[in-house]
Design a protein. Structure first.
Length: 369
């Protein structure tokens, strides 16, 4: 009996935490992400394989993580550069061809953004199956980290098209970093420039549309489909308990969904079918929005010129905590300063993390333990 009530208490606690988390998400109008350097310094250390959606997710932003910490302090992003600087950066890439290795339609999603901001032409690189580097559905495990994979994609695209500029995108799905109960999407973009020796990354993250369920009847199937945002979000089905079961992907209408469900039921020794969101970019509008945000983050950095060498990519790399509490004066976990660095020449500058000189007492572990 005690164990029973304990489980009820845990369930209520989880629901309360989830409710508070969602309320906080609604409060913030726009998510922003910590800056990621070459090996994610001062940001999120991402340990994930596509075949393991609940892999380890570790933060190195401090001992106490708030939503503001993780989603990103606004000062992590460059302020709007002057028109003269924007034109100077644009002239560097104007008319250049940028290789983009993708087979899921990402070039149509963000290519126009780069043309408008930088004057470059994003060209889709063909001739390599990116599923060889890992699939979300698990048939091919991703052997490398998210950052290593996105670098490899960019390099392969550049080799295929013979360009000095490369762009690539890679996604990951993990539990949310606050309660570990909700699906969380991390999108990482990389820009490689061999001529100038540049590597610039863009990052966005937030709640994901990544449903996983099990259905034995069509009624249960349609219930899960509704939860998954079907048909706008396409689905993936596979027989449960079957070895080497066929994976039915890209299910975008009810007829195809019912047909695939019947096929999976016949194959399943358990009489049940796994129902999941198809996480490929062209199948998942929620993920598409995250990729657009990562592209915006990347473009902000590319439009931020170094004050020393004038090359693009000057951005915040490290976050230093310790913003003093307004009430007691003790240091808090909120950012006090940010270390900006140029990857090209190594120029560094320490800047205030924001406009506030003190933290609200509600964010202080001493005043509000």
């Amino acid at each position: 009996m005690a164990k029973f009530f304990s489980s009820i208490t845990l369930g209520r606690r989880s629901l309360l935490l989830a409710g508070a988390f969602l309320a906080e998400l609604r409060r913030i109008q726009r998510f922003r992400s910590p800056t990621v350097g070459r090996d994610h310094p001062g940001g999120a250390a991402l340990c994930h394989t596509r075949s393991q959606p609940f892999a380890v997710f570790r933060l190195v932003l401090g001992s106490h993580i708030s939503l503001e910490h993780f989603v990103g302090h606004r000062a992590l992003h460059p302020t709007r550069p002057s028109r003269a600087r924007l034109m100077a950066v644009k002239s560097i890439f104007d008319g250049s061809r940028v290789a983009f290795l993708t087979q899921h339609g990402k070039e149509t999603l963000i290519g126009g953004m780069f043309r408008e901001a930088l004057g470059c032409v994003v060209v889709r690189a063909e001739g390599f199956d990116t599923d060889r580097l890992g699939t979300f559905s698990g048939e091919v495990p991703r052997p490398d980290s998210q950052l290593q994979t996105v670098r490899r994609k960019a390099r392969i695209g550049m080799d295929l098209l013979g360009t000095s500029l490369g762009l690539a995108s890679e996604g990951a799905f993990v539990p949310d970093p606050f309660g570990g109960m909700l699906p969380w999407n991390i999108e990482l973009l990389v820009w490689l420039d061999d001529e100038r020796g540049l590597e610039v990354t863009g990052l966005a993250q937030g709640p994901a549309r990544s449903t996983q369920g099990s259905a034995r009847t069509e009624a249960e199937l349609l219930q899960w489909a509704q939860v998954a945002g079907f048909p706008e979000h396409q689905l993936l089905l596979r027989a449960e308990g079957a070895h080497h079961a066929a994976v039915h992907k890209g299910l975008a209408d009810e007829g195809a969904l019912r047909s695939a469900f019947a096929a999976c039921l016949r194959e399943s020794p358990k009489g049940s079918v796994s129902v999941e969101n198809d996480l490929r970019a062209f199948c998942n509008p929620t993920r598409q929005g995250m990729i657009v945000r990562a592209a915006q983050d990347l473009l902000q950095k590319l439009q931020s010129a170094c004050p020393s060498c004038a090359l693009p990519g000057f951005s915040a790399k490290e976050r230093h905590g310790g913003l003093p509490c307004r009430a007691c004066g003790l240091p808090t976990a909120l950012a006090k300063s940010l270390l900006w660095r140029c990857e090209a020449c190594g120029h560094q500058a320490l800047k205030p993390a924001g406009h506030a000189s003190h933290a609200d007492p509600s964010r202080c572990d001493h005043c509000n333990p």
